[in-house]
Ligand binder design. Structure first.
Ligand code: NCD
Length: 298
């Protein structure tokens, strides 16, 4: 396997393979020197805590090393260097690149200029495949993926985690329920693509009435940084919040996920409920990203 740019590029078998590997890694069956002598380049041109740190930790736990650029200002991008040139150079320094960039399509472009594998760690409002793999991994810890009902709540227009997850779920015969503020619906092209692939996509106006029919509620943050202006952000900000009161009539195995960071879309009182799995989900970033690095670097 070379680049991992979008979930669409992976087959269901490849996804299951990575998740199985991650499960083995979580059970401590891996070689801690598997990536000894290898170097990973972390190019993060947008803020990140979990994604960057968990890729770095994953690399270190496999005996490898990493180099990182953490902002546009700290790199030659600030001098006007093109992404293509940055990638041409960096791919001569390292054995694989993890890229986060504000522009949709940036990771795909980078993969055309790289001599080493590129993993997309988020390209604007595009895709976020490593997040999706750890989302699927977390769901699989509670229930089989096939045939379940997953609610996607929040900013499905700009939220790249939701875009990648929706693609992946359509491979598992999952029914997708969308609950969004006005104007933040799934992009029309994506919704059509899902339906053409045979996935049922049900739109809800009301969160409370949608919840009892769900196995998983995937909550997302409104992606303020992608809005054209702050007035349009404030029109939808704080328009939904998951509270313990909303979660009283849920299915037995029901879980709440969130890629994090969260603002106020999940009431902190939910954290104490057994269905709250978002911190385990973040922890799962390590075994899943270890499995991904092993796939592309060995
Ligand atoms: C997400 C992202 O960057 O797209 N964060 C993450 O990687 N866990 C979600 C978000 O920022 O809201």
């Amino acid at each position: 396997m070379r680049h991992i740019i979008a979930i669409r590029d992976l087959s269901r078998e490849e996804i299951d393979g990575i998740l199985d590997d991650a499960q083995g890694i979580q059970a401590r069956s891996y070689d801690p020197s598997a990536l000894e002598g290898k170097l990973l380049g972390l190019l993060f041109f947008e803020p990140s805590t979990r994604t960057r740190m968990s890729f770095a930790a994953a690399m270190a736990r496999l005996g490898g090393n990493f180099l990182s650029v953490d902002s546009v200002e700290a790199s030659s991008m600030a001098k006007g260097e093109t992404l293509a040139d940055t990638i041409r150079v960096v791919s001569r320094y390292v054995d694989a690149i993890v890229l986060r960039h504000p522009k949709e399509g940036a990771a795909r472009l980078a993969s055309e200029f790289a001599h080493v594998p590129v993993i997309n760690a988020g390209d604007g409002a595009g895709q976020h495949p490593s997040q999706t793999l750890l989302d699927l991994f977390t769901i699989r810890q509670s229930m089989p993926l096939g045939g379940i009902h997953v609610g996607l709540l929040g900013d499905l227009r700009y939220g790249r985690t939701a875009h990648s997850l929706a693609h992946a779920l359509s491979l598992y015969n999952v029914t997708i329920h969308t609950i969004t503020p006005k104007g933040l619906e799934l992009p029309a092209g994506l919704a059509t693509e899902l339906r053409d692939a045979g996935t049922e996509v049900i739109e809800h106006d009301d969160l409370a009435s949608a919840i009892p029919g769900l196995d998983v509620l995937y909550v997302t943050r409104i992606q303020r940084e992608r809005f054209p202006d702050s007035a349009s952000y404030f029109k939808v900000a704080s328009s939904y919040q998951v509270t313990p009161e909303l979660l009283t009539g849920v299915r037995d195995h029901f879980i709440v996920l969130h890629p994090l960071p969260r603002l106020n879309e999940i009431d902190p009182r939910v954290d104490r409920l057994p269905c709250a799995r978002y911190f385990e989900q973040a922890a799962n970033g390590i075994p899943v990203r270890m499995a991904m690095l092993l796939r592309v670097m060995t």
